[in-house]
Design a protein. Structure first.
Ligand code: PSU
Ligand code: MN
Length: 308
């Protein structure tokens, strides 16, 4: 038994699925506590789980509570996460202290990957990842999500990254760290609210089974680190790129003026963008998460067929 296993609190259904190589999909909780307003966040969290079930996989939403790493949350847990004011946004740095101090912690992409790997879950669905921030030359603000993708063997399904980030530099960072970025039915990196950016991807796949096969081969080669799958927002839900870029630029300027720093930067920008678009960005955000849940569950299902 690994020493960390005593901290894992895995729901029975998920335990059973893992023991039988059935598809399981992890979900993060910072998107609930710091990424979206109440009550949309709770509605999103439940609907995402339902979509994953409809695709034949088992959802595993992850958070830290009562000194345990919870893999699978009850409705009460979700409400607590969504409503409690002082939920800690937990990245790798904060991980041990939040468990030791028995605080309520919401997991980011980085820490959800850590938890998923500890529990033996190979696939993780979210909206967008953190990356190299605009103005990083001054602030050195680079999300710990990128280092986690470099070292933790979990596949993350996202809709690319928001233009709050410096996308070309985020891609350079991932290349340096050896993280494969696979476009799902796209040859360019999707930019969260929009289906396209001008960044061409080296890797793309038209079928989920091809993605499952790349992950499987990487596992067989015993290569460390994650895989990033970039799945564009559905056309009908996408927003106008110029309109969004203006709003994002203003939000970034405001964050500099208000001297927002460290882990508060991303939540500050996400909140400002929802306010400025009068909720339009939130609708797009919900739609792309649902789309990622569907594709992520399909990839996990295709993978489980390969290992049988
Ligand atoms: N991007 C989004 N929505 C989010 C996040 C990022 O579009 O909710 C959250 C994720 O939890 C991600 C975290 O892991 O923000 C990154 O924070 P930071 O930039 O402080 O590393
Ligand atoms: Mn940061």
């Amino acid at each position: 038994m690994k020493t960390y296993e005593k901290f894992l609190d895995i729901q029975d259904e998920i335990k059973h699925a893992l023991a039988n190589n059935l598809p399981v999909v992890a979900l993060e909780s910072t998107i609930i506590s710091h990424g979206m307003p109440y009550p949309d966040n709770v509605i999103m969290a439940k609907k995402v789980e339902q979509i994953i079930r409809e695709e034949g996989a088992v959802p595993a939403t992850i958070a830290i509570m009562n000194g345990k790493i919870k893999i699978g949350l009850s409705d009460d847990d979700l409400e607590t996460l969504a409503k409690t004011k002082d939920v800690v946004k937990v990245s790798r740095r904060d991980f041990a202290s939040v468990i030791a101090m028995k605080e309520i912690g919401a997991t980011t992409v980085a820490s959800t990957m850590m938890c998923a790997e500890m529990a033996g879950i190979k696939f993780f669905v979210t909206g967008g990842i953190g990356g190299v921030h605009k103005g990083y030359e001054q602030t050195m603000d680079i999300s710990a999500d990128l280092e986690e993708l470099a070292q933790t063997n979990v596949t993350v399904i996202c809709a690319g990254a928001k233009a709050i980030l410096d996308l070309p530099r985020t891609m350079e960072y991932l290349e340096t760290k050896g993280v494969p970025v696979i476009g799902y039915q796209t040859e360019v990196l999707p930019a969260f609210y929009t289906r396209q950016s001008d960044i061409k991807l080296r890797l793309h796949a038209n079928h989920v089974k091809d993605i499952a096969n790349i992950v499987y081969t990487k596992d067989q080669l015993a290569l460390k680190g994650g895989v990033l799958v970039a799945n564009p927002i559905p056309e009908k839900d996408s927003l106008d790129g110029n309109y969004m870029n203006d709003i994002i630029d203003r939000a970034v300027k405001q964050s500099v003026l208000e001297k927002i720093e460290g882990k508060d930067v991303t939540p500050f920008l996400l909140k400002k963008i929802v306010e400025e678009t009068k909720g339009k960005s939130l609708q797009a955000n919900l739609a792309l998460v649902y789309n990622n849940a569907k594709v992520g569950a399909q990839i996990a299902t295709a993978y489980s067929k390969l290992i049988k």
